[in-house]
Design a protein around this ligand. Structure first.
Ligand code: ADP
Ligand code: MG
Length: 257
């Protein structure tokens, strides 16, 4: 087991786009088994930070360490293979496929080749066995998220909230250690939001680690045990929700933009 006490460490991360410095020396770490919130006003650099962590963007300087391994500059599928996974919106071309088909494709799309290679031709009997194993795991995850009854529905017909459940189900299928969620509740009705949160808490109790970007302060304060505040591309402060709530600098950052 390679799980570290602080599986994710971000050190001096910096990224500019032309004249705009989106991330400006961000340094923080995420403790294993926690639901950690990453908050900050619009344009603070939250999404860029996520993209740098997951390999969608390469940093100008700084390092990203996952389970004590330097993963800076690695390709997204390599990082996913290490167990650090973000949710993805369902691509347009996958909307014409069913929920079940989307799930069967997930390991190939997200986790890269590792799991998928195991279902490619080898000994024929072995292939079938591993495909069955994958299918079994797919149903297990669909049931966990309570979307097994819509397995045959086209992804394009799902409600906003059902989509979010499918997105998280796909990410989970890749057997990650840590999940990065960028505004997973956007466009989700309150009852589905509650369900999603319940699932996230259940998974956290099972040992998964979460880093959550969310603009709803109340939601972050009620659900996260640790909160990191990003402002102008760097960490303004971090602490418990109670610490953050009463922090004058944080209030100013939000009011001042
Ligand atoms: P947040 O997610 O906290 O709202 P972002 O990471 O999306 O912030 O953006 C941080 C800053 O970087 C913003 O000023 C944004 O306009 C800028 N930015 C983000 N991505 C790009 C890009 N690809 N090209 C140019 N500017 C960008
Ligand atoms: Mg963003």
């Amino acid at each position: 087991d390679t799980t570290a006490e602080f599986p994710l460490q971000v050190d001096g991360l910096r990224k500019s786009f032309g004249g705009i410095t989106a991330v400006d020396g961000a340094t923080f770490q995420v403790e294993s088994g926690t639901l950690t919130g990453l908050i900050g006003p619009n344009g603070a650099g939250k999404s860029t930070t996520f993209n740098l962590i997951t390999g969608m963007l390469k940093p100008d300087t700084g390092t990203v360490t996952f389970n004590d391994e330097d993963i800076t500059g690695m390709e997204p599928h390599e990082i996913a293979n290490k167990g650090l996974v973000r949710t993805f919106q369902i691509a347009r071309e996958l909307e014409d496929m069913t929920v079940l088909e989307n799930m069967m494709l997930a390991p190939k799309h997200q986790r890269g080749e590792k799991l998928w290679r195991s279902v490619l031709p080898g000994v024929r009997g072995e292939v079938i066995e591993q495909e069955e194993e994958l299918l079994e795991r797919v149903w297990e995850v669909l049931e966990f998220f309570e979307i097994d009854h819509i397995a045959e529905e086209y992804a394009g017909n799902l409600s906003g909230g059902q989509r979010k459940l499918l997105e998280m189900a796909r990410a989970l299928l890749t057997d990650p250690d840590m999940l990065l969620l960028d505004e997973p509740f956007a466009g989700v009705n309150p009852s589905l939001e509650k369900r999603l949160l319940t699932h996230i808490h259940e998974l956290r109790e099972q040992g998964y680690t979460f880093l959550l970007v969310e603009h709803d302060m109340d939601l972050i304060m009620e659900n996260c045990e640790h909160v990191i505040v990003l402002h102008q591309g760097r960490v303004l402060t971090e602490g418990t929700p109670a610490d953050i709530k009463s922090n004058e600098e944080v209030i100013e950052a939000y009011l001042g933009g």
